[in-house]
Design a binder for this molecule. Structure first.
Ligand SMILES: C[S@@+](CC[C@H](N)C(=O)[O-])C[C@H]1O[C@@H](n2cnc3c(N)ncnc32)[C@H](O)[C@@H]1O
Length: 402
């Protein structure tokens, strides 16, 4: 539903030449927004071919005309009023009253104009209002965020850390928060994969790819790998992907896909020999509840693979948020961990640490450089008091169930 609402809005506000690009991808559609919403909720071949074209077109638009692209949380983007409207419907009357007082306006369009122009106001809004969205709102917004990129973020970490281990494993694996299904697809060459995600648009993408692989159609996969690599490159993730032929050298086993929250898994106790959960815990409301659920569905001796941002990842995120004046936490991260807090959470729930690898390093001077650009100057001062060489923004961890 949100996708149809979103496309109705978006096609109504883009420039005519941009609209022509989108019309060209689905010629002869009587209702363009309905056709797009439909294609994003389907998992047939036509839909996946469309998705690749769509994401290539949006990548070009982001480069050449970012104000007209689908960009989440960017105040001078044409989608900005849509996101403010969404939050406005989701928040309480008390919070609306706070906004009326802070802006001295009672009309939403005027409030949106003011938010567009005033970074301090957006920073206030994020701290006081935008951080209080509930889990369901987060899941809903996620459907639109999934339109920004074909990739779902963890592909490079999967290839670096998990892929070499998976090739030696057997049994059933849970891809918890599988996103667009890259890890699911690759793992299905070796293991029986059960993939769960709360975002329908991403899950349909994963199902479409998996369906094509099952039919032996590996032709499309090189295009998928190329697109993901291009997208990660634009957000400065260094990645050297093996070719599609290597990644999908075997024959894929059937994957079971489920739309839903990993906080309540529809599987019996001890069902899995391994769980892959990359770039997911930070997005969830109750990570501890999820770790408990992992402990339940994992067999003794089974492993969980995790990636998550560190506390410094959080600081970096907070700095960018305040520099840009985002309306609510960028990328919808709700939590961050350091090696100790992550391990304690897993220890409390019946796991032992096998390995923790910090990665995604930034040197200290670059870190301070961005801190200096932040309007939250006390943060830069605090950092300056405890300098060190370089900063790891993310963690990869392996925990074994006792
Ligand atoms: C940044 S993406 C990572 C996806 C994938 N694991 C990867 O490595 O690319 C985070 C994913 O977690 C999913 N997610 C967040 N909270 C979830 C929850 N409670 N249950 C299921 N999926 C969730 C989101 O829908 C999204 O697809």
């Amino acid at each position: 539903m949100i996708l149809k609402e979103f496309f109705d809005y978006y096609f109504g506000v883009v420039d005519p030449e941009v609209l022509e690009i989108y019309k060209g991808l689905v010629p002869d559609a009587p209702d363009l927004a309905a056709a797009y919403a439909d294609l994003f909720s389907r998992n047939d071949e036509k839909a996946i071919a469309f998705l690749l074209e769509f994401h290539n077109a949006t990548a070009r638009l982001k480069e050449e005309n970012p104000g007209q692209a689908i960009l989440f949380n960017v105040n001078h983007n044409i989608c900005f009023p849509f996101f403010v409207n969404y939050i406005w419907q989701a928040i309480s009357d008390d919070d609306r009253e706070k906004v009326y007082q802070a802006t001295e306006k009672r009309d939403l369009d005027a409030i949106i104009d003011q938010l567009r122009e005033d970074r301090n106001l957006r920073n206030w809004f994020r701290r006081e209002i935008g951080s209080h969205l509930c889990q369901e709102d987060l899941f809903t917004l996620n459907e639109i965020i999934a339109l920004q990129n074909f990739s779902s973020g963890g592909e490079s970490s999967f290839l670096t850390f998990v892929y070499p281990r998976v090739q030696k494993m057997q049994g059933r694996v849970l891809d918890a928060g599988c996103g667009a299904g890259f890890a699911t697809l690759v793992m299905s060459q070796y293991l029986q994969v059960f993939a769960v995600d709360a975002c329908k648009a991403r899950l349909e993408r994963a199902m479409a790819l998996s369906g094509m692989m099952k039919k032996g159609e590996k032709r499309i996969f090189p295009r998928v790998v190329q697109l993901i690599q291009d997208e990660l490159g634009t957000i400065d993730v260094e990645c050297q992907f093996p070719g599609a032929d290597t990644l999908l050298a075997g024959s894929s086993q059937e994957v079971t896909f489920t739309e839903g929250s990993i906080a309540g898994l529809p599987y019996p106790d001890g069902f899995f020999s391994c769980i892959n959960c990359l770039d997911v815990l930070e997005h969830t409301f109750e990570p501890e509840k999820i770790v408990q659920e992992f402990a339940r569905v994992l067999q003794p001796g089974g492993s969980v693979f995790i990636t998550a941002p560190t506390r410094y990842g959080e600081v970096e995120q907070r700095i960018w948020e305040s520099i840009e004046g985002t309306l609510f936490p960028a990328m919808l991260h709700m939590h961050h961990f350091d090696p100790q807090s992550l391990t304690e959470m897993f220890n409390r729930n019946g796991f032992e640490e096998e390995q923790i690898i910090p990665f995604d390093f930034m040197d200290w001077d670059s870190f301070l450089d961005i801190a200096d650009r932040s309007p939250a100057q006390e943060l830069a001062d605090e950092l300056r008091a405890h300098p060190f060489d370089k900063v790891a923004l993310q963690l990869f961890a392996v925990y074994k169930k006792r």
